[in-house]
Write a protein that binds this ligand. Structure first.
Ligand code: HEM
Length: 344
């Protein structure tokens, strides 16, 4: 049962990453100006009129309206009179972004729902982890660590909104997502039912670790490229896709060239796995994902960001990291507990 919940939690976290990538593609990051509620509601508005001041309308404390391009928050539960009276409202001060776009609001809201669901899944997983206490305390501790990390990630998500999508915060948010994936994958590996040993050379294991580190570096570089693209979108507009990377900065060239190194290292891993019959089947998937990742990158640069290329690039990067991390665990003999053969 525990392991089933580790899998559910992992899928849920990937769903959040997919939803997050859609938020990014559609530019919906500010769809909900506040957090965790959305315009002060558990279920956000569908019409702009719901965010307008009207006479004889009842507001609950915390609900938001847009007035003269500012966000105003109801200071208490009250019903409006015939004219707007300032003492009932507080100016929202965390940022001054005050635009309502129903699509952006609902895409961001679905993203948050997935976030909440993943929180629930990880929490249930952690509850089930107590069943493993007598076999492995590590499982319990790491399960609760992932609950904490997810909470931290949610808080980071809030600071991303409050900072009106500051690039550094988006990067930290992305790296934290990889850390959460790593902990869950470790739990998945550590609680696996069948003990399978791979006899792999130390050199090959080191190359696997190197390849994983290259991917992490490439992800961080990628977020810098993304930041540059964001700046260009702000300058030339979101329709002028051919101009986004017309004159890219150094980060882009490093990111592009670095993927050649990544390709070659993973090609070598794929080749030696076959040659020495190591049996690490997931390496095939890793190599396939590297090719797909490069293909979506090439599509963005040379074919002006075709539909879905941005979210695919991001989602494939996180899948690639996940598979590589799992293969590193398989190759790393020291973490092979024997209690598992008995239980889980
Ligand atoms: C294995 C190789 C690669 C990995 C792991 C990787 C990873 C990433 C990541 C994680 C991002 C950030 C995405 C985001 O935050 O939305 C990114 C952005 C980007 N990458 Fe890559 N990338 C790779 C190869 C390439 C290649 C070969 C190209 C182009 C020739 C490329 C072009 C881009 C572009 C244009 C962006 C900005 C995307 C955006 O604005 O949404 N990447 N990359």
């Amino acid at each position: 049962m525990y392991r089933k919940w580790v899998k559910i939690a992992l899928v849920a976290v990937y769903l959040v990453i997919i939803a997050g990538a859609m938020v990014r593609m559609t530019g919906s990051g500010m769809g909900c100006p506040d957090w965790p509620k959305c315009f002060g509601y558990y279920i956000p508005p569908t019409e702009i009129t719901e965010l307008e001041w009207q006479p004889q309308r009842t507001f609950k404390k915390g609900q938001v309206i847009i007035k003269d391009e500012t966000l105003q928050v109801a200071a208490k539960d009250f019903t409006t009179g015939e004219s707007f009276s300032e003492e009932n409202w507080n100016l929202y001060t965390k940022h001054d972004y005050a635009i309502f776009n129903v699509w952006h609001t609902w895409i961001e809201y679905v993203n948050r729902l997935f976030g909440a669901l993943s929180g629930l899944a990880v929490f249930i997983m952690a509850l089930f982890s107590f069943s493993q206490w007598k076999y492995s305390k590590r499982i319990v501790l790491l399960s609760w660590l992932s609950v904490f990390l997810l909470g931290f990630q949610a808080w980071l998500g809030a600071t991303v909104v409050y900072s009106v999508l500051s690039p550094l915060k988006i990067t930290v948010h992305m790296v934290m997502a990889l850390v959460i994936l790593a902990v869950l994958l470790y739990l998945l590996y550590y609680s696996r039912p069948k003990l399978r040993t791979f006899s792999i050379s130390r050199g090959y294991t080191n190359l696997l670790i190197f390849a994983l580190l290259l991917t992490v570096a490439q992800v961080v570089l990628g977020t810098q490229v993304r930041e540059f693209v964001d700046e260009q979108v702000a300058i030339v507009g979101d329709q002028a896709k051919s101009l986004w990377l017309d004159n890219p900065d150094l980060y882009f060239y490093i990111h592009r060239s670095f993927s050649i190194v990544i390709f070659l290292v993973n090609l070598a891993l794929w080749f030696f796995n076959k040659k020495h019959s190591y049996g690490l089947n997931k390496i095939n998937m890793v190599f396939f994902l590297v090719i797909l990742e490069a293909a979506t990158g090439i599509a963005m640069y040379y074919f002006d960001f075709p539909f879905l290329s941005q979210p695919l690039h991001l989602v494939i990067a996180s899948l690639l990291f996940g598979y590589q991390f799992y293969v590193v665990l398989q190759a790393w003999k020291r973490h092979r507990p024997d209690f598992i053969t008995r239980q889980v």
